[in-house]
Design a protein around this ligand. Sequence first.
Ligand code: ZN
Length: 465
Amino acid sequence: MTNSPANAKDILLTFVGQAINKHPKRITALIAALMLGGGGGAFAVASFAPDASELPVREVLESVQALPLNAPSDLASPSFTLFRSEVTRSSDTADTLLKRLGIDDAAAAAFVRTDASARQILLGRTGRSVTAEASDDNRLLKLSARWSSDSDGKFNRLVIEKTAQGFRSRTEVAPLTASTRLASGTIQTSLFAATDDARIPDSIATQVAEIFSGDIDFHRALRKGDRFSIVYETLEGDGEPLRAGRVLSAEFVNGGKTFQAMWFKDPVAGGVPVVEGARAADSRSKGGYYTLDGESLRRAYLASPMEFSRVTSGFKMRMHPILKTLRAHQGVDYGAPTGTAVRSVGDGTVEFAGVQNGYGNVVILKHRNNHNTLYAHLSRINVRKGESVSQGQSIGAVGATGWATGPHLHFEFRVNGVHHDPLTIARESESVPVSPAAKPVFARLASENRMALSAAASMQQSSAQ
Ligand SMILES: [Zn+2]
Protein backbone atom coordinates (compact mmCIF):
# COMPACT_ATOMS: atom_id res chain seq x y z
CA MET A 1 0.00 0.00 0.00
CA THR A 2 1.43 3.32 -1.01
CA ASN A 3 -1.30 5.60 0.27
CA SER A 4 -0.37 8.77 2.02
CA PRO A 5 -1.37 8.60 5.69
CA ALA A 6 -4.33 10.89 5.05
CA ASN A 7 -5.88 8.64 2.42
CA ALA A 8 -4.84 5.43 4.07
CA LYS A 9 -6.81 6.43 7.13
CA ASP A 10 -10.12 6.31 5.33
CA ILE A 11 -9.34 3.08 3.55
CA LEU A 12 -8.03 1.31 6.61
CA LEU A 13 -10.95 2.42 8.67
CA THR A 14 -13.17 0.89 6.03
CA PHE A 15 -11.18 -2.31 6.34
CA VAL A 16 -11.66 -2.30 10.06
CA GLY A 17 -15.36 -1.85 9.59
CA GLN A 18 -15.63 -4.54 6.97
CA ALA A 19 -13.48 -6.98 8.86
CA ILE A 20 -15.48 -6.57 12.01
CA ASN A 21 -18.66 -6.77 10.04
CA LYS A 22 -17.74 -9.99 8.29
CA HIS A 23 -15.84 -11.75 11.00
CA PRO A 24 -17.04 -10.48 14.35
CA LYS A 25 -16.22 -13.71 16.15
CA ARG A 26 -12.85 -14.15 14.58
CA ILE A 27 -11.85 -10.58 15.32
CA THR A 28 -12.97 -10.81 18.92
CA ALA A 29 -11.11 -14.10 19.32
CA LEU A 30 -8.03 -12.60 17.72
CA ILE A 31 -8.23 -9.58 19.97
CA ALA A 32 -8.70 -11.78 23.01
CA ALA A 33 -5.73 -13.95 22.04
CA LEU A 34 -3.52 -10.94 21.50
CA MET A 35 -4.60 -9.34 24.73
CA LEU A 36 -3.95 -12.45 26.76
CA GLY A 37 -0.66 -13.11 25.03
CA GLY A 38 0.72 -9.60 24.91
CA GLY A 39 -0.86 -8.06 27.95
CA GLY A 40 -0.98 -4.71 26.19
CA GLY A 41 -4.02 -2.60 25.58
CA ALA A 42 -3.21 -1.60 22.01
CA PHE A 43 -2.66 -3.62 18.91
CA ALA A 44 -2.42 -3.05 15.22
CA VAL A 45 -5.26 -3.77 12.88
CA ALA A 46 -3.48 -1.99 10.11
CA SER A 47 -3.60 -4.77 7.71
CA PHE A 48 -7.16 -5.93 8.15
CA ALA A 49 -8.11 -6.53 4.54
CA PRO A 50 -11.64 -7.55 3.66
CA ASP A 51 -10.54 -11.05 4.58
CA ALA A 52 -8.68 -10.72 7.84
CA SER A 53 -7.07 -14.14 7.51
CA GLU A 54 -4.96 -12.96 4.59
CA LEU A 55 -3.40 -10.20 6.50
CA PRO A 56 -0.28 -11.39 8.24
CA VAL A 57 0.99 -12.51 4.85
CA ARG A 58 0.42 -9.09 3.36
CA GLU A 59 2.28 -7.39 6.11
CA VAL A 60 5.37 -9.54 5.67
CA LEU A 61 5.38 -8.96 1.94
CA GLU A 62 5.17 -5.22 2.44
CA SER A 63 8.11 -5.15 4.77
CA VAL A 64 10.22 -7.05 2.28
CA GLN A 65 9.28 -4.69 -0.53
CA ALA A 66 10.05 -1.68 1.55
CA LEU A 67 13.47 -2.92 2.55
CA PRO A 68 14.89 -5.41 0.07
CA LEU A 69 17.52 -7.83 1.25
CA ASN A 70 20.29 -7.60 -1.28
CA ALA A 71 23.08 -9.71 0.05
CA PRO A 72 26.17 -9.05 -2.08
CA SER A 73 26.87 -12.10 -4.22
CA ASP A 74 30.58 -12.27 -3.48
CA LEU A 75 30.03 -12.75 0.25
CA ALA A 76 30.18 -16.21 1.66
CA SER A 77 26.57 -17.25 1.94
CA PRO A 78 25.63 -17.69 5.58
CA SER A 79 23.73 -20.81 6.43
CA PHE A 80 21.05 -18.69 8.08
CA THR A 81 20.43 -15.07 8.94
CA LEU A 82 19.49 -13.75 12.37
CA PHE A 83 17.26 -10.72 12.73
CA ARG A 84 17.15 -8.71 15.91
CA SER A 85 15.55 -5.40 16.81
CA GLU A 86 16.49 -3.00 19.56
CA VAL A 87 15.88 0.57 20.59
CA THR A 88 18.80 2.97 21.05
CA ARG A 89 19.61 4.40 24.48
CA SER A 90 21.21 7.73 25.24
CA SER A 91 24.15 5.96 26.89
CA ASP A 92 24.82 3.71 23.90
CA THR A 93 28.29 3.21 22.50
CA ALA A 94 28.94 1.23 19.33
CA ASP A 95 29.82 -1.76 21.50
CA THR A 96 26.82 -1.70 23.82
CA LEU A 97 24.33 -1.22 20.98
CA LEU A 98 25.79 -4.04 18.86
CA LYS A 99 26.00 -6.28 21.90
CA ARG A 100 22.28 -5.84 22.60
CA LEU A 101 21.65 -6.69 18.96
CA GLY A 102 23.60 -9.91 19.47
CA ILE A 103 26.42 -8.81 17.15
CA ASP A 104 29.98 -9.88 17.89
CA ASP A 105 31.95 -8.13 15.18
CA ALA A 106 34.94 -5.82 15.86
CA ALA A 107 34.95 -4.45 12.29
CA ALA A 108 31.29 -3.51 12.55
CA ALA A 109 31.87 -1.78 15.90
CA ALA A 110 34.82 0.15 14.45
CA PHE A 111 32.66 1.25 11.52
CA VAL A 112 29.82 2.50 13.74
CA ARG A 113 32.39 4.41 15.85
CA THR A 114 34.04 6.13 12.89
CA ASP A 115 31.38 6.56 10.20
CA ALA A 116 29.94 10.07 10.55
CA SER A 117 26.29 9.27 9.83
CA ALA A 118 26.30 6.04 11.82
CA ARG A 119 27.71 7.86 14.85
CA GLN A 120 25.35 10.77 14.55
CA ILE A 121 22.25 8.67 13.97
CA LEU A 122 22.83 5.76 16.34
CA LEU A 123 24.90 6.96 19.27
CA GLY A 124 23.74 9.12 22.17
CA ARG A 125 20.11 9.05 21.04
CA THR A 126 17.13 7.60 22.83
CA GLY A 127 14.37 5.60 21.27
CA ARG A 128 15.46 4.94 17.69
CA SER A 129 14.45 1.54 16.44
CA VAL A 130 17.30 -0.50 14.98
CA THR A 131 17.20 -3.83 13.21
CA ALA A 132 20.27 -5.97 12.57
CA GLU A 133 20.77 -8.97 10.35
CA ALA A 134 23.61 -11.22 11.37
CA SER A 135 25.25 -14.32 10.02
CA ASP A 136 25.08 -17.50 12.07
CA ASP A 137 28.42 -16.58 13.65
CA ASN A 138 27.01 -13.22 14.81
CA ARG A 139 28.80 -11.06 12.23
CA LEU A 140 26.91 -8.03 11.04
CA LEU A 141 25.46 -8.28 7.52
CA LYS A 142 23.15 -5.32 7.61
CA LEU A 143 21.88 -2.82 10.11
CA SER A 144 19.04 -0.39 9.60
CA ALA A 145 17.57 2.34 11.77
CA ARG A 146 14.35 4.26 11.17
CA TRP A 147 13.05 7.52 12.53
CA SER A 148 10.60 10.23 11.65
CA SER A 149 11.47 13.71 12.79
CA ASP A 150 8.87 15.90 11.13
CA SER A 151 5.28 15.68 10.06
CA ASP A 152 5.75 15.58 6.29
CA GLY A 153 4.60 11.97 6.01
CA LYS A 154 8.12 10.64 5.49
CA PHE A 155 10.64 8.73 7.52
CA ASN A 156 14.40 8.40 7.37
CA ARG A 157 16.29 5.16 7.18
CA LEU A 158 19.98 4.57 7.82
CA VAL A 159 21.35 1.40 6.28
CA ILE A 160 24.76 -0.02 7.07
CA GLU A 161 25.65 -2.93 4.82
CA LYS A 162 28.57 -5.27 4.48
CA THR A 163 30.11 -5.18 1.01
CA ALA A 164 33.18 -6.74 -0.53
CA GLN A 165 35.00 -3.45 0.27
CA GLY A 166 33.89 -3.43 3.90
CA PHE A 167 30.94 -1.70 5.55
CA ARG A 168 29.11 1.12 3.78
CA SER A 169 26.41 3.41 5.12
CA ARG A 170 23.66 5.31 3.35
CA THR A 171 20.59 7.28 4.39
CA GLU A 172 17.27 7.13 2.59
CA VAL A 173 13.88 8.84 2.81
CA ALA A 174 10.67 6.82 2.36
CA PRO A 175 6.96 7.46 2.89
CA LEU A 176 5.31 6.50 6.16
CA THR A 177 2.32 4.20 5.92
CA ALA A 178 -0.68 4.55 8.21
CA SER A 179 -2.19 1.74 10.19
CA THR A 180 -5.09 1.77 12.61
CA ARG A 181 -4.93 0.69 16.23
CA LEU A 182 -7.61 -0.06 18.77
CA ALA A 183 -7.01 0.59 22.43
CA SER A 184 -9.00 0.84 25.61
CA GLY A 185 -8.52 1.33 29.31
CA THR A 186 -10.06 2.22 32.66
CA ILE A 187 -8.98 5.09 34.90
CA GLN A 188 -7.65 3.90 38.24
CA THR A 189 -5.47 6.84 39.25
CA SER A 190 -4.97 9.14 36.26
CA LEU A 191 -5.56 9.28 32.54
CA PHE A 192 -1.86 8.91 31.80
CA ALA A 193 -1.48 5.91 34.12
CA ALA A 194 -4.32 4.25 32.19
CA THR A 195 -2.94 5.14 28.77
CA ASP A 196 0.54 3.96 29.83
CA ASP A 197 -1.00 0.63 30.84
CA ALA A 198 -2.64 0.36 27.44
CA ARG A 199 0.61 1.45 25.73
CA ILE A 200 -1.09 4.44 24.15
CA PRO A 201 1.30 7.24 23.15
CA ASP A 202 1.05 10.54 25.07
CA SER A 203 0.11 12.47 21.96
CA ILE A 204 -2.95 10.24 21.55
CA ALA A 205 -3.94 10.66 25.21
CA THR A 206 -3.62 14.43 24.86
CA GLN A 207 -5.65 14.42 21.66
CA VAL A 208 -8.44 12.48 23.38
CA ALA A 209 -8.49 15.03 26.22
CA GLU A 210 -8.64 17.83 23.66
CA ILE A 211 -11.36 16.16 21.58
CA PHE A 212 -13.66 15.95 24.60
CA SER A 213 -12.51 19.24 26.10
CA GLY A 214 -15.89 20.84 25.44
CA ASP A 215 -17.63 18.11 27.44
CA ILE A 216 -15.17 16.92 30.06
CA ASP A 217 -12.75 19.03 32.07
CA PHE A 218 -9.98 16.47 32.40
CA HIS A 219 -8.32 18.54 35.12
CA ARG A 220 -11.34 18.43 37.38
CA ALA A 221 -13.82 15.77 36.40
CA LEU A 222 -12.00 12.45 35.93
CA ARG A 223 -13.34 9.67 38.13
CA LYS A 224 -11.98 6.30 39.08
CA GLY A 225 -13.75 3.76 36.86
CA ASP A 226 -14.08 6.14 33.90
CA ARG A 227 -13.23 4.21 30.76
CA PHE A 228 -12.24 4.90 27.22
CA SER A 229 -11.88 3.21 23.84
CA ILE A 230 -9.78 4.75 21.11
CA VAL A 231 -9.24 4.06 17.41
CA TYR A 232 -6.12 5.84 16.26
CA GLU A 233 -3.63 6.04 13.48
CA THR A 234 -0.05 4.91 13.81
CA LEU A 235 2.47 5.95 11.17
CA GLU A 236 4.94 3.22 10.32
CA GLY A 237 8.18 2.88 8.44
CA ASP A 238 9.11 -0.63 7.27
CA GLY A 239 6.29 -1.96 9.45
CA GLU A 240 7.62 -0.32 12.64
CA PRO A 241 5.48 2.26 14.42
CA LEU A 242 7.48 5.51 14.28
CA ARG A 243 4.97 8.13 15.34
CA ALA A 244 1.41 8.43 16.49
CA GLY A 245 -1.03 9.93 14.02
CA ARG A 246 -4.53 11.16 14.54
CA VAL A 247 -7.30 9.85 16.77
CA LEU A 248 -9.95 8.56 14.34
CA SER A 249 -12.65 7.89 16.87
CA ALA A 250 -12.97 7.69 20.62
CA GLU A 251 -15.44 6.95 23.36
CA PHE A 252 -15.09 8.24 26.90
CA VAL A 253 -17.35 7.23 29.76
CA ASN A 254 -17.08 9.92 32.43
CA GLY A 255 -19.08 9.56 35.62
CA GLY A 256 -21.41 7.08 33.87
CA LYS A 257 -22.10 9.39 30.92
CA THR A 258 -20.87 8.27 27.49
CA PHE A 259 -19.23 10.68 25.05
CA GLN A 260 -18.28 9.63 21.53
CA ALA A 261 -16.31 11.36 18.82
CA MET A 262 -15.04 10.69 15.36
CA TRP A 263 -12.80 12.57 12.97
CA PHE A 264 -14.57 13.78 9.85
CA LYS A 265 -13.63 16.08 7.01
CA ASP A 266 -16.79 17.34 5.42
CA PRO A 267 -16.31 16.79 1.68
CA VAL A 268 -19.17 19.16 0.89
CA ALA A 269 -18.29 22.10 3.12
CA GLY A 270 -14.78 22.06 1.68
CA GLY A 271 -15.81 23.29 -1.75
CA VAL A 272 -19.25 24.82 -1.44
CA PRO A 273 -20.17 27.92 0.56
CA VAL A 274 -22.36 27.06 3.52
CA VAL A 275 -25.32 29.20 4.49
CA GLU A 276 -24.80 29.47 8.23
CA GLY A 277 -21.69 31.56 7.85
CA ALA A 278 -18.03 31.57 7.09
CA ARG A 279 -16.90 30.21 10.40
CA ALA A 280 -19.04 27.08 10.15
CA ALA A 281 -17.82 26.40 6.64
CA ASP A 282 -14.25 27.04 7.66
CA SER A 283 -14.27 24.67 10.63
CA ARG A 284 -15.89 21.96 8.51
CA SER A 285 -13.55 22.18 5.57
CA LYS A 286 -10.51 21.73 7.84
CA GLY A 287 -11.99 18.58 9.29
CA GLY A 288 -12.71 18.02 12.94
CA TYR A 289 -14.41 15.87 15.53
CA TYR A 290 -18.10 15.12 15.56
CA THR A 291 -20.39 13.05 17.72
CA LEU A 292 -21.44 9.87 15.97
CA ASP A 293 -24.80 11.59 15.46
CA GLY A 294 -23.16 14.31 13.38
CA GLU A 295 -22.81 17.23 15.80
CA SER A 296 -19.46 19.00 15.78
CA LEU A 297 -17.54 18.81 19.05
CA ARG A 298 -15.99 22.16 18.34
CA ARG A 299 -17.84 24.53 20.63
CA ALA A 300 -17.80 28.25 21.19
CA TYR A 301 -15.88 27.58 24.44
CA LEU A 302 -13.33 25.10 25.71
CA ALA A 303 -14.04 23.77 29.19
CA SER A 304 -10.47 24.32 30.38
CA PRO A 305 -8.05 27.24 29.96
CA MET A 306 -5.05 24.89 30.04
CA GLU A 307 -4.21 22.03 27.73
CA PHE A 308 -4.37 18.72 29.53
CA SER A 309 -0.89 17.22 29.62
CA ARG A 310 1.29 14.89 31.64
CA VAL A 311 2.58 17.99 33.44
CA THR A 312 -0.76 19.49 34.41
CA SER A 313 -2.52 16.17 35.06
CA GLY A 314 -0.56 15.56 38.27
CA PHE A 315 -2.01 18.58 40.04
CA LYS A 316 -5.08 18.38 42.21
CA MET A 317 -7.65 21.13 42.36
CA ARG A 318 -6.65 23.74 44.90
CA MET A 319 -8.42 25.25 47.84
CA HIS A 320 -8.36 29.00 47.56
CA PRO A 321 -5.08 30.08 49.18
CA ILE A 322 -6.61 33.13 50.80
CA LEU A 323 -10.19 32.12 51.48
CA LYS A 324 -9.23 28.49 52.25
CA THR A 325 -12.45 27.23 50.81
CA LEU A 326 -13.80 26.23 47.45
CA ARG A 327 -17.35 27.38 48.12
CA ALA A 328 -16.88 31.05 48.84
CA HIS A 329 -14.53 31.41 45.94
CA GLN A 330 -15.68 32.88 42.63
CA GLY A 331 -13.61 30.97 40.13
CA VAL A 332 -11.77 27.78 39.43
CA ASP A 333 -8.13 27.29 40.46
CA TYR A 334 -5.88 25.07 38.38
CA GLY A 335 -2.60 24.10 40.01
CA ALA A 336 0.19 23.97 37.45
CA PRO A 337 3.90 24.76 37.25
CA THR A 338 4.91 28.36 36.55
CA GLY A 339 5.25 28.86 32.80
CA THR A 340 2.49 26.43 31.76
CA ALA A 341 0.67 27.93 28.77
CA VAL A 342 -2.72 29.51 29.45
CA ARG A 343 -5.14 29.66 26.53
CA SER A 344 -8.23 31.58 25.63
CA VAL A 345 -11.31 29.36 25.95
CA GLY A 346 -13.11 31.16 23.13
CA ASP A 347 -12.85 33.76 20.38
CA GLY A 348 -12.98 37.30 21.71
CA THR A 349 -11.13 40.55 22.33
CA VAL A 350 -8.82 41.59 25.13
CA GLU A 351 -10.68 43.88 27.52
CA PHE A 352 -7.89 44.13 30.08
CA ALA A 353 -4.28 42.98 30.21
CA GLY A 354 -2.17 44.14 33.15
CA VAL A 355 -1.97 44.16 36.94
CA GLN A 356 -4.96 44.23 39.30
CA ASN A 357 -4.57 43.94 43.05
CA GLY A 358 -5.34 40.39 44.19
CA TYR A 359 -5.34 38.98 40.68
CA GLY A 360 -1.74 40.02 39.96
CA ASN A 361 -1.09 39.86 36.23
CA VAL A 362 -4.50 39.30 34.76
CA VAL A 363 -6.11 39.03 31.33
CA ILE A 364 -9.83 39.65 30.89
CA LEU A 365 -11.40 38.67 27.58
CA LYS A 366 -14.71 39.82 26.19
CA HIS A 367 -16.76 37.28 24.23
CA ARG A 368 -20.18 37.46 22.64
CA ASN A 369 -23.41 37.65 24.68
CA ASN A 370 -21.88 39.56 27.61
CA HIS A 371 -19.54 36.69 28.39
CA ASN A 372 -16.17 37.44 29.96
CA THR A 373 -13.33 35.16 30.93
CA LEU A 374 -10.61 36.07 33.40
CA TYR A 375 -7.16 34.52 33.80
CA ALA A 376 -5.24 35.58 36.93
CA HIS A 377 -1.88 35.25 38.76
CA LEU A 378 -0.05 35.02 35.39
CA SER A 379 3.73 35.07 35.24
CA ARG A 380 3.60 36.39 31.70
CA ILE A 381 1.02 38.13 29.51
CA ASN A 382 1.13 37.58 25.74
CA VAL A 383 -1.70 39.89 24.60
CA ARG A 384 -2.55 43.60 24.61
CA LYS A 385 -5.77 45.47 25.28
CA GLY A 386 -8.02 45.64 22.20
CA GLU A 387 -6.37 42.71 20.44
CA SER A 388 -8.60 39.95 19.12
CA VAL A 389 -7.84 36.42 20.24
CA SER A 390 -9.02 33.10 18.90
CA GLN A 391 -10.03 30.01 20.80
CA GLY A 392 -7.02 28.07 22.06
CA GLN A 393 -4.60 30.97 21.55
CA SER A 394 -1.90 31.27 24.21
CA ILE A 395 -2.57 34.48 26.14
CA GLY A 396 -0.02 34.07 28.92
CA ALA A 397 1.56 31.65 31.37
CA VAL A 398 0.76 30.31 34.84
CA GLY A 399 2.40 32.16 37.72
CA ALA A 400 1.90 33.27 41.32
CA THR A 401 1.48 37.04 41.01
CA GLY A 402 -1.05 38.87 43.22
CA TRP A 403 -2.61 37.02 46.15
CA ALA A 404 -1.31 33.56 45.42
CA THR A 405 0.64 31.33 47.75
CA GLY A 406 1.84 29.11 44.92
CA PRO A 407 1.73 28.92 41.12
CA HIS A 408 -1.77 28.35 39.83
CA LEU A 409 -4.24 29.73 37.35
CA HIS A 410 -7.34 31.40 38.74
CA PHE A 411 -10.01 31.25 36.06
CA GLU A 412 -13.43 32.86 35.99
CA PHE A 413 -16.23 32.60 33.49
CA ARG A 414 -18.58 35.54 33.94
CA VAL A 415 -22.00 35.92 32.39
CA ASN A 416 -23.27 39.48 32.93
CA GLY A 417 -20.60 39.84 35.59
CA VAL A 418 -21.49 36.71 37.58
CA HIS A 419 -19.18 33.69 37.77
CA HIS A 420 -20.55 30.47 36.24
CA ASP A 421 -19.14 26.95 36.02
CA PRO A 422 -16.98 27.02 32.84
CA LEU A 423 -17.81 23.40 32.05
CA THR A 424 -21.55 24.08 32.08
CA ILE A 425 -21.06 27.05 29.77
CA ALA A 426 -18.87 25.03 27.41
CA ARG A 427 -21.38 22.20 27.20
CA GLU A 428 -24.22 24.59 26.50
CA SER A 429 -22.37 26.54 23.83
CA GLU A 430 -23.35 26.24 20.17
CA SER A 431 -21.88 23.60 17.88
CA VAL A 432 -21.85 23.13 14.13
CA PRO A 433 -23.56 20.09 12.58
CA VAL A 434 -22.23 18.20 9.60
CA SER A 435 -23.65 19.60 6.33
CA PRO A 436 -26.85 17.91 5.07
CA ALA A 437 -25.17 16.85 1.82
CA ALA A 438 -22.39 15.03 3.68
CA LYS A 439 -24.81 13.13 5.95
CA PRO A 440 -24.82 9.84 3.97
CA VAL A 441 -21.01 9.61 3.92
CA PHE A 442 -20.91 10.59 7.56
CA ALA A 443 -23.48 7.98 8.56
CA ARG A 444 -21.52 5.19 6.90
CA LEU A 445 -18.26 6.21 8.59
CA ALA A 446 -20.06 6.60 11.91
CA SER A 447 -21.40 3.05 11.79
CA GLU A 448 -17.91 1.72 11.00
CA ASN A 449 -16.53 3.69 13.90
CA ARG A 450 -19.21 2.33 16.23
CA MET A 451 -18.07 -1.19 15.39
CA ALA A 452 -14.40 -0.34 15.77
CA LEU A 453 -15.06 1.26 19.17
CA SER A 454 -17.06 -1.70 20.38
CA ALA A 455 -14.25 -4.00 19.24
CA ALA A 456 -11.82 -1.84 21.21
CA ALA A 457 -14.07 -2.04 24.26
CA SER A 458 -14.32 -5.82 23.95
CA MET A 459 -10.52 -6.03 24.00
CA GLN A 460 -10.60 -4.63 27.46
CA GLN A 461 -13.26 -7.05 28.59
CA SER A 462 -11.13 -9.91 27.29
CA SER A 463 -8.06 -8.63 29.07
CA ALA A 464 -9.93 -8.08 32.32
CA GLN A 465 -11.19 -11.66 32.46
ZN1 ZN B 1 -8.70 31.42 42.75
